[in-house]
Design a protein around this ligand. Structure first.
Ligand SMILES: [Zn+2]
Length: 319
């Protein structure tokens, strides 16, 4: 198992945490917990993100016009739902907000490549599942999931027709991923999400999902877990008929947690851990490689939930 991480992941905008429930330093906080737990052993599993994703790579999925829009602080402010960002100079927005996300995007690319070699890899960032080829929204700017899948195909690490499973357990529907893979039938999408949350109006995206599990604030943590355990194996069995599924990307949003500011679900910390292990075990039992990405998580506990999952994965799949 490999853990992809860079100290450049933290979003360094001074005071951001006071303006948005997002913990912009959850990446380094989770990493520090792992360092304390595993010490030198962590170094053997660590893959250091080498650089941010380049413009040339971004253009494999995003349009030129969209990358041009990202030069406008007001546009970025709208995508991040942080109006104050619109009043900052462009260089600050790029350096403190967009650049860490480009590091995170490159990390997702490395994690998918490492998963393909090792079986299991985690990027301690990424999972920007609302980003579309020509539009940023919902705190997501770069379509790291599509860029990562494209990159392993491009380098011949998986075959041109190889099937890929995408499992999205973030509390919000992964509409950007659906739009990016709208006509790519090699990718199969499972999405369990709170259907009353943003982006509930995106019916085109919902139409692209191969297996829906809709939950809402009225569901208990037990009901959430039962739905997950019932439907995920059904999904895997349904997509394994013709071409083999070689790779999976697991978007492990921790905003399903009961204490989260934006997820509006009631999942306990124990069940977040159980969910993550269930998804990854199901994939490994089917000999499918999996890259886990962090995605959303808007509570002070987000980094700890991430740590608990990665800790358990290291104990099970670590070197
Ligand atoms: Zn979310």
């Amino acid at each position: 198992m490999k853990i992809v991480y860079s100290r450049h992941y933290d979003i360094g905008f001074f005071g951001l945490e006071r303006l948005h429930p997002f913990d912009s330093r959850k990446y380094s906080r989770a990493w520090r917990c792992l360092s304390r737990e595993f010490g030198a052993r962590l170094r053997q599993m660590h893959v250091k993100t080498d650089r941010p994703v380049t413009r040339e790579e971004l253009l494999r999925v995003h349009t030129e016009g969209y990358l041009e829009l990202l030069r406008r602080p007001r546009y970025v402010a709208a995508a991040l739902e942080l109006p104050i960002v619109g009043r900052l100079p462009r260089v600050i927005v790029d350096h403190c907000i967009l650049k860490p996300m480009r590091w995170g995007t490159r990390g997702s690319m490395l994690a998918v490549a490492e998963a393909n070699k090792q079986g299991v890899a985690v990027n301690l960032s990424g999972g920007y599942h609302h980003a579309k080829p020509d539009e940023g929204q919902g705190f997501c700017v770069y379509a790291d999931i599509a860029l990562a899948v494209d990159d392993v195909r491009r380098h011949g690490l998986i075959g041109p027709e190889a099937h890929v499973a995408y499992i999205d357990a973030d509390a919000h529907q992964g509409n950007g991923v659906c739009h990016t893979f709208l006509h790519d039938k090699r990718v199969f999408i499972f999405d369990i999400y709170n259907h009353t949350n943003y982006p509930c109006y995106d019916h085109v995206a919902q139409g692209r999902i191969d297996c829906h599990v809709r939950v809402h604030a009225g569901h208990t943590s037990d009901e959430y877990m039962r739905a997950m355990k019932r439907m995920l194996p059904v999904f895997f069995d349904s997509i394994s008929h013709s071409e083999r599924v070689e790779l999976a990307v697991y978007n492990a949003g921790t905003d399903v947690y009961a204490g989260d500011a934006l997820g509006n679900l009631n999942v306990t910390a124990e069940h977040v851990l159980e969910r993550d292990l269930f998804v990854i075990d199901q994939l490994r039992q089917r000999d499918i490689s999996v890259a886990m990405l962090l995605s959303g998580g808007y509570s002070r506990e987000s980094y700890r939930l991430v740590f608990e999952t990665v800790n358990a994965l290291v104990n099970k799949y670590g070197e």
